[in-house]
Design a protein around this ligand. Structure first.
Ligand code: 5RP
Length: 291
């Protein structure tokens, strides 16, 4: 057991030094099997190495929140503009047409809502996710939340144990709760715990010092968007995260609650894949919005 009275904070992250001897284009996956690599490659663009994932899983916690009242009307038209659609099994099965060509990431845990405690959840089965042709299963970890941390860590490592041998990648989502600090120290801890317990992708939040979070996480890191921001600020968040080493976004409200979600999805993609600056992204948003 670690000595809790002598936890020395890391300070040498080798920021900017690439991981040596990597052949596969996604960090930490050289030793993965064909199924994992193939699914990862379906989600992350081979040219940019990055991904725009559209998260519309909020309903399982929040109900029909703004922008998700009708997933068929609000979300499906955005599918051509993103690399991955991330939703729950119930919403995907009921609403996404089987002809949809955009890969699906499944929100794989459930059990509590915003009305109760934070994500003390169960996971869906890997067989069901495989049957739905999902490219990845995503579960939340509430690190630092004394009531649910143990359950959510167990969920992740048990899911990774089952999913990885079947070729199914797992995404660990670092929760943010009222009692959790939103800084590089917290997100580094949470992201690293996800990776050490078997996550193939870590989804976390952008913060000051984000380079450290990415550097100490041995697998690809993507960011969530969080609450709706003005479009320029949301594009700035994407830009800073990509420049700090993130390989994409798994973004919801800043796309589907935008004044023009299709224009915003394309502007985010411009920043994530094509290196647009936030200002160039905003120009693109305004041009598409007016078209
Ligand atoms: C919540 C999630 C959401 O998918 C995540 O928060 C992304 O959405 P947003 O960009 O709206 O924050 O994982 O559990």
């Amino acid at each position: 057991m670690a000595d809790a009275d002598d936890i020395r904070e890391g300070n040498d992250f080798g920021i900017g030094i690439p991981v040596p001897n990597q052949n596969f284009y996604l960090k930490g996956h050289d030793n993965a099997g064909f199924g994992i690599k193939n699914r990862m490659a379906n989600m992350f663009n081979k040219k940019s190495g990055n991904s725009v994932m559209l998260a519309f899983d909020h309903g399982f916690l929040m109900g029909p929140t703004s922008g998700l009242e009708r997933v068929d009307l609000n979300i499906l038209p955005l599918a051509p503009y993103v690399d991955v659609m991330m939703g729950t099994k119930g919403m995907v099965r009921s609403t996404v047409p089987a002809e949809c060509e955009t890969p699906i990431a499944l929100r794989a845990d459930a059990g509590t809502t915003l009305l109760t405690t934070m994500n003390d959840n169960e996971c869906m089965s890997v067989e069901e996710a495989l049957a739905m042709n999902a490219q990845c299963m995503a579960v939340m970890l509430s690190i630092g939340c004394k009531d649910t941390e143990a359950t959510t860590v167990k969920n992740l490592y048990r899911l990774a144990d089952k999913a990885n041998p079947l070729g199914m990648p797992v995404m660990g989502i670092t929760a943010v709760g009222k009692e959790m600090a939103r800084d590089a120290r917290y997100f580094s801890l949470a992201a690293r715990v996800c990776a050490e317990n078997g996550a193939n992708i870590v989804k976390t939040y952008y913060c000051e010092g984000f380079e450290k979070v990415v550097a100490c996480t041995p697998v690809p890191v993507v960011i969530a968007g969080g609450k709706k921001l003005p479009e320029l600020d949301a594009l700035d968040l994407c830009y800073k995260a990509i420049n700090a080493g993130a390989v994409g976004v798994d973004m919801g409200r800043n796309i589907f609650q935008s004044e023009d979600p299709a224009a915003m999805a394309q502007a985010v993609s411009g920043v994530v894949h094509d290196g647009l600056t936030p200002k160039e992204g905003l120009d693109m948003f305004n041009t598409l919005k007016e078209a």
